[in-house]
Design a protein around this ligand. Sequence first.
Ligand code: UD1
Ligand code: CA
Length: 459
Amino acid sequence: MSDTHIVVLAAGKGTRMKSAQPKVLHRAAGLSLLDHVLRAAASLQPATTVVVVGHMAEQVRRAAGERPGLRFALQEPQLGTGHALLQAEPYLAGASGTLVLLSGDVPLLRGETLRTLVRLHTQRGAAATVLTARVDRPHGYGRIVRSADGAIAAIVEDKDATAEQRAIGEINSGIYAFDLAPLFEALKTVGSANAQGEYYLPDLVRVYRERGLPVDTVLLEDAREIMGVNSRKELADVAAILRTTRADDLMASGVTIVDPTSTWIGPDVTVGPDTVIHPGVYLEGHTRIGASCEINSGVRIVDSVLDDGVVVNNFCVICESHVASGARVGPFAHLRPQSDIGEGAQVGNFVELKKTSLGKGSKANHLSYLGDATIGEKVNVGAGTITCNYDGTRKHPTVIEDGAFIGSDTQLIAPVRVGRGAYVAAGSSVTEDVPAGALAIARGTQVNKEGWVERKKKK
Ligand code: UD1
Ligand code: CA
């Protein structure tokens, strides 16, 4: 749909959030409200996307980042939604086709709904199509006023409505499809003589009807989709809906989620069938979890890949890492970026890895820090082993080859290499490479002074 253009209104202050942060940058289910809206918009494959920014414009711009076809229009000062859309005009000069107008604070809207809106708008040859919904409590929304023949006649804002109009249950979602041809010229005739002294975008409906231009509506089936976020309470409500929807989809695909109300799974996360996810788990970013895994309570996994049959015990944090099939991690383990746990390997409690690979079948089961290390297969890393990878200025690598045995409480002072099958005695501070098959002992020799305690007491 190359003749589809998107404008997202995101210049408002969001006063009711009571926040130092712009409203559209508040997050729900791991994404900002604006991200949610831009994702839905992207599913229309628009030729251009213009975000109208105003309040804390720079911050919103930076957070939205670089996306193909994305541009920003500045609205300063903010004189209402009609005025906001007008600021996008220079970015659409010479464009024709359909403009879809979205609000940056309506994150539940689905791409499918937008596609239906555009399809019906185009089929019917409408100049404007308003997405509407029926709600039990229309308070605060613009009401859809219809003429005797049932056609939409006007949208009346809550603050301007008569008692009779306030009783109308059909509301304006604030989402519209417009034919670009008459749009901006007509928009310039919209005035601000209303309760809020603002240029109301919905007033276009009245203008179009007066000019005999066809205006239509599309009624949403699930009114929740157009829930706007104006307060922290509504932010939590929207996040809860996103959480439930995601959990329902995953459960339908064969994932067990023990307590969906306490489990947060981001929109880009995938989970394989027969995986069991326990309460209080957060799966974020582009995480991919395989089949038949067990993710225990209190685990947070960000931008990581877990193959099939992985067990993550309670209270682990895993970021930008890979865990191969059959491996076991935790409890209380921390996999920092670029860690790679091999097939069937084991990482136990209070073990931290950073930029470290642990080969197939290797074990680091207790109280370790392993950083910038390449650890081969079937290696045993004893309790309390530390790679001293940082000299205060630079990081240095540690290599432990296949089958090596690192005794407990060893410090590996990098750069250092422990050869294949070598042993390091417990309590060693290893500063020199250990040849394959050797035993390294690097600790003070024990001296036992017989009768020392008795002699001390006599003094
Ligand atoms: C608006 C509609 C109302 C509809 C409701 C649906 C108007 C006048 N009213 O009301 O009919 O039922 O949405 O949620 O349009 N914005 C700007 N610049 C401005 C003012 C607003 O960019 O000068 C942006 C806001 O950041 C927000 C969006 O436009 O993203 C909607 O503005 P808001 O003030 O929330 O409008 P509502 O009162 O909710
Ligand atoms: Ca709003």
